[in-house]
Design a protein around this ligand. Structure first.
Ligand SMILES: [Zn+2]
Length: 339
């Protein structure tokens, strides 16, 4: 496993949030070190700031200018949850640079993890929100396309719907976005099963909203009964994982029921799937996760899951959320028709 990270990710500050704090950064790294102590071979790769053109491929120029100016002037406020400090622009460029490096690592044959903050998947083309300024997973997916992958998937297991990533690729048939998240009135209020994409991108957005306190059994039904068939049919050459850890049962924001080891099984399941369909190894990009101990433990479990974890033999248990998603998408995916 290659880990791409930069110490300046700790320098981003968001005075509008008590959850997305700089202390998350050493907690993530502690998770990486824990995996190493358990015998997983982890190699740290070099990270350069992303070129501004890579950010401009997914965000509007005016929006990027406003971010940069906010940082240069000492900070700025974007929404009730989201602010930037004087080092946030720099941290954002490095975080996206790490996500791009993770794609390069993965497409070069090594599973890779961009261990970064702030998170990115709520940032839309033109707007900061939900602790997110720059959408690193979107930058990474676009980079994978430019590096030669004809089809790219972004799989988002953060507890929140990645509305920003969906926004960037909603009309794009070559970037498949799949998300399992807490639905209904939960933040950000998007990600209903009938949001399936538009125009040429119709069918290339796969949303599975889940009720509060959902545990691994129903997530397993979603992975095996929705994500796996769609991924096999789409045949991505690269898979970017928006790896958030706020669906952990100890997370103060998420209200879901996953265990630490659940993330290891997600990682093992997807790694084995990627291998089976001839995709590159996973390129993981950090998103949320706000209980520091759960975050560290779950990062360690993920790395262990990627590196030799046994893929779980999950069956589609017929969870309602998985059934509803299959129905909403069956017109677009042959593999979702029938039982
Ligand atoms: Zn989240």
């Amino acid at each position: 496993m290659r880990v791409y990270t930069h110490p300046d990710c700790e320098l981003h500050t968001n005075e509008n949030s008590h959850a997305e704090v700089p202390e998350r950064y050493p907690a993530m790294l502690a998770g990486v070190e824990k995996a190493k102590r358990r015998g997983v071979a982890v190699e740290y790769g070099p990270v350069e700031p992303a070129p501004e053109t890579a950010l401009a491929a997914v965000h509007e120029a005016d929006y990027l200018d406003s971010l940069k100016e906010a940082s240069a002037s000492g900070g700025g406020h974007f929404d009730p949850d989201t602010a930037a400090g004087k080092r946030s622009w720099e941290a954002g460029l490095l975080a996206s640079g790490a996500a791009m490096a993770a794609v390069d690592g993965a497409m070069g044959g090594e599973a890779s993890f961009a261990v970064i903050r702030p998170p990115g998947h709520h940032a839309t083309r033109s707007r900061a929100m939900g602790f997110c300024l720059v959408n690193h997973a979107a930058v990474a997916a676009r980079h994978a396309r430019e590096a030669g992958a004809e089809r790219v998937a972004v799989l988002d297991w953060d507890v929140h719907h990645g509305n920003g990533t969906q926004d960037v690729f909603y009309a794009d048939p070559d970037v498949l976005y799949l998300s399992a998240h807490r639905g209904g009135a939960f933040y950000p209020g998007t990600g209903y099963a009938d949001e399936v994409g538009v125009g040429e991108g119709e069918g290339a957005t796969v949303n599975v909203p889940l009720p509060a306190r959902t545990g691994e059994k129903d997530y397993a039904a979603v992975f095996s009964g929705v994500f796996a068939p769609v991924l096999r049919e789409f045949r991505p050459e690269a898979i970017v994982v928006s790896a958030g850890y706020d669906a952990h049962r100890r997370d103060p924001l998420g209200g879901m029921g996953l265990e630490t080891e659940s993330f290891g099984r997600f990682a093992a399941f997807l790694s084995s799937l990627a291998d089976g369909i001839g995709a590159a190894p996973l390129a993981l990009v950090m998103e949320g996760g706000y209980d520091l101990d759960a975050l560290a433990d779950s990062v360690a479990a993920t790395i262990q899951g990627v590196e030799g974890g046994a893929a779980p033999d999950w069956k589609n248990s017929g969870a309602k959320a998985a059934r509803d998603a299959r129905e909403a998408l069956s017109a677009h995916w042959e593999s979702l028709r029938g039982a």
